[in-house]
Design a protein around this ligand. Structure first.
Ligand SMILES: C[S@@+](CC[C@H](N)C(=O)[O-])C[C@H]1O[C@@H](n2cnc3c(N)ncnc32)[C@H](O)[C@@H]1O
Length: 346
């Protein structure tokens, strides 16, 4: 697929929200967050509304900047961002030991970039679970274009209450998605339930690291910027994710913050000091162009009112992510591989 252009960005902006309601949706979204006086409990209680508003507003920007896969990657020198994103996806398939014909679940699948890549890479059938209607509509179109619509499908549902019978899948993965769950234990318990006994769940989690000091005002500011810029109710510590996995019944086979061993920083594409032609739209200069383009499109009425405000909170996210990465207090790639035991303990 070729990269979407400015008009695609404007047309998709707001997702399933009526164009005239985009500005009020932005205002409601912002009010959930610390910068606008919002509280964690309220974000957790209203996570479906908060997260869906975020993805209705942000998806066309994501597609414009990132392409079809909405996640970061462990980076090697000499690799383009696109290559490292695919390698990051292949790594999950390898860790899960996927075999041709297996039934796999992608939890929080976005518009299905990873799903299409993993399914073709491993010859598996992947079901994408997502609670955002607009992303599913886009994902179905892209599956058709990629020719994987017979082997892969999408299900619209909340990953806290999955509509699948117990023991349905041979493997489950989640890429930078379960961080939206109001409670990790609730989400991992659902994954545990739908996974067949003896099979594995692998994920890249967004987490605060052990270097995060909850009393440090700068750390709090960075965390709040990432939360508003990325539609998160709260960002958990790596240890809290491991505890939640064990409480849900999983055996953790191994876990590691892959950011720590990444030869190039994962946040490089967003770093103001970095420039790249191949990921130009994500660079500070590219974002500056996008901002002015969105401003003009909104002014002449092609993009809905409120579009520039979305660009603003996404800019906040970029700044928070780079600062969090540089200070090593935040990671988008806390990796774990966990198994549902063959025989459950009583
Ligand atoms: C950062 S995107 C990552 C998408 C995809 N994994 C990728 O890497 O391209 C997070 C995804 O999680 C989905 N999501 C968030 N909360 C959800 C929920 N409660 N149930 C199902 N999906 C959810 C969002 O709609 C979005 O598609």
């Amino acid at each position: 697929m070729s990269n979407p252009g400015a008009l695609d960005l404007a047309a998709g902006l707001g997702g399933k929200i009526e164009k005239n309601d985009v500005l009020s949706a932005v205002e409601k979204y912002e009010k959930y967050h610390v910068h606008y006086g919002g509280a964690e409990e309220e974000r957790k209680a209203n996570y479906t509304d908060m997260v869906n508003k975020y993805y209705d507003l942000a998806t066309s920007f994501y597609e414009f900047g990132w392409g079809e896969s909405f996640h970061f990657a462990h980076r090697f020198k000499g690799e383009s961002l696109r290559e490292s994103i695919k390698r990051h996806e292949h790594f999950l398939a390898l860790q899960l030991g996927l075999k041709p014909g297996q039934k796999v679940l992608d939890v929080g699948c976005g518009i299905g970039g990873p799903l299409r890549e993993i399914s073709r890479f491993s010859l598996t059938s992947v079901t994408g679970l997502n609670n955002n209607e607009y992303q599913i509509t886009r994902g179905k179109e892209l599956n058709r274009i990629a020719g994987v619509d017979k082997t892969c499908d999408f299900v619209k549902a909340d990953f806290m209450k999955m509509p699948f019978p117990a023991n349905s899948f041979d493997a489950v993965y989640a890429i930078e998605a379960t961080c939206h769950a109001p409670d990790a234990y609730g989400c991992y318990s659902e994954i545990y339930r739908v996974l067949k006994p003896g099979q594995c769940f692998a994920a890249y989690e967004w987490c605060m690291t052990d270097s995060f000091d909850p009393k440090n005002k700068e750390h709090q500011r960075i965390k709040a910027e990432v939360e508003i810029g990325d539609g998160l109710p709260d960002i958990r510590l790596t240890g809290q994710c491991l505890e939640a996995l064990k409480k849900a019944g999983f055996e953790v086979i191994w876990s590691e913050d892959l950011a720590a061993s990444s030869p190039l920083p994962w946040y490089l594409p967003l770093d103001k000091n970095h420039f790249s032609f191949s990921s130009f739209r994500l660079t500070a200069v590219g974002r500056f162009f996008t901002k002015n383009m969105v401003k003009a499109l909104e002014y002449i009425g092609i993009a809905p009112k409120g579009s520039l405000r979305v660009q603003d909170f996404l800019e906040k996210a970029a700044e928070g992510l780079v600062e969090g990465g540089r200070r090593e207090i935040f990671t988008p790639m806390f990796f774990f591989l966990a198994r549902k035991p063959l025989v459950e303990s009583q």
